[in-house]
Design a binder for this molecule. Structure first.
Ligand SMILES: CC(C)(COP(=O)(O)OP(=O)(O)OC[C@H]1O[C@@H](n2cnc3c(N)ncnc32)[C@H](O)[C@@H]1OP(=O)(O)O)[C@@H](O)C(=O)NCCC(=O)NCCS
Length: 219
């Protein structure tokens, strides 16, 4: 069973990381794979109530890989930690299947209560380098979190969020365009131009009436 999990995770690295050229390279050179393997051992001890031993194995893993995964954290299958250095995954974090995270990602807590205080990450989520996901919030299936985002609220499935605090990318918003001197090209958007248009049509109307009076020789 453990070998099957290992094998499918190696294949996931091969499929999703263009830099991974061979299985051997993944086994030897990918600290994310090492960290997940060491976590499996730490979690075994944790689940058998050998808490200090579990923490110690986790600590060794951190020393070797630069990736800190608490033995209480639940990881899904084919979990990829790319580059890895600086990743922190807290005790009550839960991670779904096929999740891909980059270096310096934190799945951290915001409360000091002993209960659930770390994020729950759905299947197929991607978390960009340096992003911080904080609190007992849910990241919906297939969501994408931009590099360096700070996520403090739940993210719906399939949504891309960026920034601090993280907000959804608005793909439908009209893109700003170049406007000479900052004057909007559409006069309806500019109240001053709208007033000028009204005055211009009143002026044309007056000119027409004066011309008519002149023709009728009223002057
Ligand atoms: C968030 C992300 C997934 C979005 O990718 P995308 O769907 O292709 O989105 P786009 O590049 O079209 O960007 C959409 C908008 O979000 C902005 N944006 C993208 N990533 C951003 C980020 N990390 N922080 C802030 N804004 C970001 C873009 O500037 C763009 O803004 P605009 O609409 O005002 O022009 C991607 O930009 C990202 O951050 N991926 C993480 C990659 C990473 O960590 N790589 C490390 C490799 S070592």
């Amino acid at each position: 069973m453990a070998l099957m999990f290992l094998s499918e995770t190696i294949q996931a690295y091969r499929q999703r990381d263009p830099a991974a050229r061979s299985n051997l390279e993944v086994v030897l050179c990918y600290p994310g794979l090492h960290a997940v393997g060491i976590h499996a051992i730490a979690r075994f001890f944790w689940n058998h109530h050998l808490y200090t031993l579990g923490r110690f194995v986790s600590h060794i893993g951190r020393f070797l890989t630069g990736i800190e995964i608490h033995p209480g954290a639940k990881l899904g299958r084919r979990f990829i930690i790319d580059h890895g250095m600086g990743v922190v995954i807290g005790e009550t974090a839960e991670i779904g299947n096929d999740v891909y995270i980059y270096h310096q990602v934190t799945l951290g807590g915001t409360a000091s209560d002993a209960g659930k205080r770390h994020p729950t990450v759905g299947d197929n989520v991607i978390i960009g380098a340096g992003a911080k996901v904080l609190g007992a919030i849910s990241i919906g299936e297939g969501a994408r979190i931009g590099a360096n985002a700070v996520v403090v609220a739940p993210v719906p499935a399939g949504t891309t969020v960026v920034g601090i605090p993280a907000r959804p990318v608005d793909r439908d918003a009209a893109k700003p365009r170049f406007e000479a001197y900052g004057t909007p090209a559409d006069p309806c958007l500019d109240p001053l131009l709208h007033e000028v248009d009204i005055l211009r049509s009143e002026l044309t109307d007056l000119e027409n009436r004066i011309a008519k009076l002149a023709r009728d020789r009223i002057f």
